[in-house]
Ligand binder design. Structure first.
Ligand SMILES: CC(=O)N[C@H]1[C@@H](OP(=O)(O)O)O[C@H](CO)[C@@H](O)[C@@H]1O
Ligand SMILES: [Mg+2]
Length: 539
């Protein structure tokens, strides 16, 4: 078994020197201008090897992507053995390694971490990795491989993948040959699994019309087109999926005037969109872990159906299936949101669907964790990142239940198909897209019916730049400011729901406001932003 080679580690590090910057592993791993990232990726590679050794050779994933960020950015993050985000306590080690000032200091830190964490240096280390379509991706893969070689880690390059595909593969590798086997360890295995599940979920159903999918000119484009080969055709009763913005030959077009983040942030369709009123549209982000839906109404008004809408749609459908299959008692469903979820969606889940809602801090790792508390945990961020988790007990109940009638049988089959269709490791735009399509087909709904389930409260999101965003410390799932002292009392004097929190990904404080009318929401956001400016300016 290979072990770390100190000489190689130092030489490799010298090829990718620390540029004299301070880095931090945040909500989305490390993310920045790609030309600053070489040393960071090298060091993340070392950490991946350490983490794998710590877990006795379980495979760790490394994804090189900057998601919805501009084409010149890139990023890197680690995936834990079951396909989850890196365990929080290890984020700090990633930060330490990234900031080691010299090649020798890096070697010393590697050794220190290895001994502090009681890592067996002779244990096997296994890492798999992939990247999105950014021009800088292949260079950064080179930095990663240098680190894995120096650390003596076995490694496999899965080339271009969506982020959720890599998460899927990590779980597949680590569950192979166990009773929890998640799927075949190949990109094709991913398509086969999802394709078969989709077919099963659509049995006896007809899709409700075409959907045009904007792929942000990112990796989701080619991967969705590949997935289509495994889905029933339109003639076979499948969904008519039109793929647009799938140009990955020119990576400079990535996320430019298109994609889920553009649509959500600007509350408008990509300018290139040519769809007609009421036509169903969806946008993925650059690494295909987010999806939002939208359409223009008869009155030519843009209507967004974001993560909150996907969550409410999924929760409502799963609730129906639980009742229809006779499993309701074994399938306690819950919804997990952040404070950015529209208040009307929360109200709809609690009052109409009569399901519990948990609010967590921003960042999918928090939502994911909270969702595991339910038999079926539906979690989505408003921006379209989310999934549905089935607990082991729920999976067992769904797999073994004896249906008492043909109606129960049909609902059970659909539930079984959904457990396979929905990516259990992380929010997955391709899987979520098909989930929405299945639900709309079952409910025989178009966009209008989906939208009409409830009316969103007018809201406003504002970004405020302050001297030091770390002054703003939020508590209670980020709904209240604990610091600076006195700021929350000022916000409490205003009418409507509003909160301010420091962004985890940008150097700014975000203010969210929601009120009965558009004007009141704008007014509230403006006033809270002023409170933030006032307290943020203080020494
Ligand atoms: C309001 C908002 O959309 N915040 C985003 C954004 O976090 P901030 O901490 O707000 O910058 O990026 C995160 C990572 O992609 C994502 O999880 C989150 O939803
Ligand atoms: Mg993304």
């Amino acid at each position: 078994m290979a072990i770390m080679d100190p000489k190689k580690l130092v030489e490799g590090s010298a090829k990718h020197p620390q540029p004299g910057k301070v880095f931090q592993y945040g909500t989305a791993g490390f993310r920045m201008k790609a030309n600053l990232l070489d040393s960071v990726v090298y060091r993340v590679g070392l950490l991946a090897a350490l983490r794998s050794r710590k877990l006795n050779g379980q495979t760790i994933g490394v994804m090189i992507t900057a998601s919805h960020n501009p084409p010149e950015d890139n990023g890197v993050k680690l995936v834990d053995p079951m396909g989850e985000m890196l365990e929080a306590s290890w984020e700090a080690y990633a930060t330490l390694l990234a900031n080691a000032a010299t090649d020798e200091a890096l070697l010393e830190l590697y050794k220190k971490l290895s001994s502090d964490l009681k890592i067996n240096g002779e244990a096997p280390a296994r890492v798999i990795f992939a990247r999105d379509t950014r021009a800088s991706g292949s260079r950064l893969v080179g930095c990663l491989i240098d680190a894995l070689e120096a650390a003596g880690a076995e490694h496999t390059d899965f080339k271009l993948l969506t982020t959720p595909q890599l998460h899927y593969l990590v779980r597949c590798v680590n569950t192979k040959g166990t009773q929890y086997e998640y799927g075949d360890v190949s990109e094709q295995g991913y398509y086969e699994k999802i394709g078969a599940a989709f077919k099963r979920a659509m049995k006896h159903r007809k899709s409700s019309g075409a959907v045009t999918v904007d792929c942000a000119n990112g990796v989701g484009g080619p991967k969705l087109k590949e997935l289509l080969k495994y889905l029933p055709t339109k003639a076979e009763g499948g969904v008519d999926i039109k793929v647009i913005n799938d140009d990955v030959v020119k990576p400079e077009n990535l996320n430019v005037q298109c994609g889920a983040d553009f649509v959500k942030t600007n509350q408008r369709a990509p300018p290139s969109s040519t769809t007609k009123p009421l036509e169903r549209c969806a946008s993925l982000d650059g690494d295909a872990d987010r999806v939002v839906y939208y359409f223009t109404s008869d009155e030519n008004i843009f209507r967004l159906l974001d993560g909150d809408r996907i969550a409410t749609l999924a929760a409502s459908f799963l609730g129906d299936l639980g009742r229809q299959s006779g499993l309701a008692e074994h399938l306690k469903i819950g919804v997990v949101q952040t404070a950015y979820a529209n208040g009307a969606s929360t109200q709809y889940v609690e009052s109409n669907l009569k399901l519990p809602v948990i609010c967590t801090p921003t960042g999918v790792k928090h939502l994911h964790h909270a969702a595991t508390r339910f038999d079926i945990g539906v979690y989505f961020e408003a921006n379209g990142h989310g999934t549905v988790l089935f607990s082991p007990a729920a999976l067992k109940a769904i797999a073994t239940h004896e249906p008492q009638s043909p109606a129960q049988q049909a609902a059970l089959e659909t539930l079984q198909a959904l457990t396979e269709l929905i990516n259990q490791t992380v929010g997955d735009a391709l899987s979520d897209l098909l989930l929405v399509e299945v639900i709309l087909a079952h409910k025989n709904w178009g966009m209008r019916e989906w939208l009409d389930t409830y009316v969103d409260l007018p809201n406003r999101l504002v970004r405020v730049e302050v001297r030091d965003r770390n002054m703003f410390v939020a508590v209670d799932a980020e709904r209240r400011l604990e610091s600076p002292p006195g700021a929350q009392a000022e916000i409490d004097k205003l009418v409507g729901r509003s909160f301010a929190r420091a962004s985890g990904t940008e150097d700014a404080v975000r203010v969210y406001a929601e009120a009965a009318t558009r004007g009141e929401a704008d007014d509230l956001a403006g006033k809270v932003a002023n409170v933030v400016r006032q307290f943020g300016a203080a020494a």
